[in-house]
Ligand binder design. Sequence first.
Ligand SMILES: Nc1nc2c(ncn2[C@@H]2O[C@H](COP(=O)(O)OP(=O)(O)OP(=O)(O)O)[C@@H](O)[C@H]2O)c(=O)[nH]1
Ligand SMILES: [Mg+2]
Length: 368
Amino acid sequence: MYDLTVIIPTYKEEANIRNIVTEVDAVFKRNNLNGEILVVDDNSPDGTISIVNEIKKTRPNVNIIVRLVDHGLSQSVAEGFVQASSDILVVIDADLSHPPALIPVMYTEIMDGNDIVIGSRYMEGGGIKKWPLKRRVISLGATFLGRLLFPDVSDPVSGFFAVRKSVVAKAALKPRGYKILLEVLGKGTWEKDKEIPFEFVDREIGSSKLKLKTIVEYAQQVIDITLFSFLHHESAVWREWKRVFKFGLVGISGIVVNMGLLWYLTEFVGLYYLVSSLFAIELSILNNFIWNDLWTFKAGASHKLSSRLHRLISFHVVSAGGLVINMGILYLLTSVGGVYYLISNIIGILVGFGWNFMVNRRVTWTRK
Ligand SMILES: Nc1nc2c(ncn2[C@@H]2O[C@H](COP(=O)(O)OP(=O)(O)OP(=O)(O)O)[C@@H](O)[C@H]2O)c(=O)[nH]1
Ligand SMILES: [Mg+2]
């Protein structure tokens, strides 16, 4: 039994395969790891398969699966998950875009209790070298969509990651396209993840396989994972929906506080209604903050007074932004667009809510 299995999906990588295999194997040796290398090839018409077969003769820990049907990167990785003969799986590209030196770090993080360890290009310390603007824009778009599902993950579409086998063993993966990590995050069974930064280096040799179809498949995958989460309440995406739902309930409670105070202060305390409204708004923001801090985001919130204060200020600033968005939309739709003002307001509230949730989720109650 091996300590870990490094899965290398390949298609026409004859120029790279020897380098990546020997480099990964050298990393194993340097770190005293008993590692398996599993190349999953889609029946490449070039020399990839014969080179691996030749390497196998001197390195018994190297294996290859040659797939004849259902070609695709994600499908290949998923097949690697099944065929791997260890409990810790690492996925790495063949074209030396990902640094094999990080494999032992990922391994250690999994041994320390993380279920998924992601090599991130988009966190501090990470980066991308030599990418044309078009690739950067596409990748950022894909990353943004992925972060809607997994707000804590900076690089949910990375091709370089490690995962405990139990995460994917029972997962109903529907792998297609390029983004197998998103599928694992969406359908795997996991609690703890960790990201480590790395610098992505664009391939020097061989050809890229990114096509328009890739983008369409990706959008389908995001929808599929969203639908999956509605039926599987143990999934990570559902955990996020629960937060959205709680945040919404808290928002409704804030409206009740706001209306009640506005009425009470105006009718019984005798304040001018706009003055009452100031108190009502501030107290409803405080109400919302307390519930969100103790209930909606309880897991991510530190109990230190200073960080609670920090979150309170942040929540105020974000809420003020939400108010401006709400009123801006109300004004634009009604005064410029001629929409009935109550309809405009509903749209304004929804957009403001989206802003409040997403920004507070990432800024006020951020994990990092
Ligand atoms: N088995 C299999 N592997 C694939 C397939 N497509 C790509 N790969 C491999 O998956 C890894 C990532 O593919 P790349 O073509 O490098 O994708 P990329 O990094 O997004 O784009 P470039 O580096 O610019 O080419 C490489 O190791 C490829 O050989 C496929 O259809 N089947
Ligand atoms: Mg590549």
